[in-house]
Design a protein around this ligand. Structure first.
Ligand SMILES: C[S@@+](CC[C@H](N)C(=O)[O-])C[C@H]1O[C@@H](n2cnc3c(N)ncnc32)[C@H](O)[C@@H]1O
Length: 291
């Protein structure tokens, strides 16, 4: 394998991230491995991985400067690769670097430069068109989307668009830190805000109204996540309504242990949930996680 696809310095740019990124990507990587190992022999017409916030393909660990693979390259170099990859990135320099790193990969990769919330339409239309074709002895396409923006850039409409595809598992970055920072300001803004677009409506404002009267809003995320999950449920995603905090791992800062973000998972299939539960039972350090 060439240096661009290996977790080593290849001379190209890599953003610096903390240990929380390694933890996040370990969950995603282990889910991909389980998903691909169990699905690779089945007659899916395609198995696609969609990374709407793809980055450059590598990052540098803050604590020791080691270079690691980012989500796009982890998915590309997994033991049993997907058949198709869709990488979206808004920053043209990041996309250029990612393309360079992917140049020796033999899988089918489609790159999109632009806003994920718009490019998702092209991707979903393509997958739906493939699914519509009648092909004997072949199942529909099987898809996994990882939605990993820097903050609150993911809009609910994007989730609705992805959910039009029958078999589309989702791993969603939920920015607890970003919400904590912006809830009050957005609540005071009457016009549509980033948080309205993230939740796809203004129900979150009623939740915030209830919590803002308390001494601390630290517990608000249970209610906000349950609200988000009930919306996922209405799109056909199963098993997402119970308040199972254990399946939404929380990543924290290394020193102060302040909450940063969670990963939410959605699948229309029970097996997907079984896999996610197995994956999130342990963290990257092999420690059992407290629920
Ligand atoms: C947290 S990084 C993704 C890291 C990547 N998952 C990895 O593991 O390497 C978020 C990326 O999303 C890109 N981005 C931010 N907003 C975007 C948008 N609206 N559409 C597409 N890309 C966006 C940023 O340029 C950045 O590279």
């Amino acid at each position: 394998m060439d240096k661009y696809l290996l977790p080593e310095d290849d001379g190209l740019p890599a953003r610096v991230f903390g240990a929380w990124t390694t933890e996040k990507l370990d969950y995603v990587h282990r889910y991909i491995s389980m998903f691909e190992t169990s699905m690779k022999e089945k007659p899916w017409r395609r198995r696609s991985y969609i990374d709407l916030y793809a980055g450059t393909g590598k990052y540098r660990a803050e604590e020791n400067e080691d270079v690691h693979l980012g989500s796009a390259l982890l998915a590309l170099t997994t033991e049993h690769p997907f058949t198709h990859y869709y990488f979206v990135e808004r920053d043209k320099d990041n996309l250029k670097v990612l393309k360079q790193r992917c140049q020796s990969a033999t899988q089918k990769i489609l790159f999109y430069e632009g806003d994920a919330n718009q490019k998702v339409n092209e991707i979903v239309n393509e997958i739906i068109a493939i699914d519509k074709k009648k092909l004997p002895n072949q199942w529909s396409s099987l898809n996994l989307a990882f939605l990993d923006p820097d903050g609150l850039e993911l809009e609910w409409e994007t989730i609705e668009t992805l959910a039009k595809v029958n078999k589309m598992d989702l791993i969603i970055y939920y920015s607890q830190f970003g919400l904590n920072l912006n809830l009050k300001n957005c609540y005071q803004t009457k016009s549509e805000t980033t948080i309205d677009r993230f939740f796809g409506g203004n129900e979150w404002r009623r939740i915030f109204e209830k919590w803002k009267l308390k001494d601390s809003i630290a517990g608000i995320h249970r209610d906000l996540i349950d609200h988000y999950k009930s919306k996922l449920h209405s799109l056909g995603y199963v098993n997402v309504v119970e308040p199972e905090t254990g399946v939404e791992p929380l990543m924290r800062t290394s020193k102060t242990k302040a909450p940063l973000y969670r990963l939410l998972f959605a699948s229309k299939n029970e097996l997907g949930h079984e896999f996610w539960k197995k994956v999130t039972r342990k963290d990257v350090w092999g420690q059992g996680r407290l629920l």
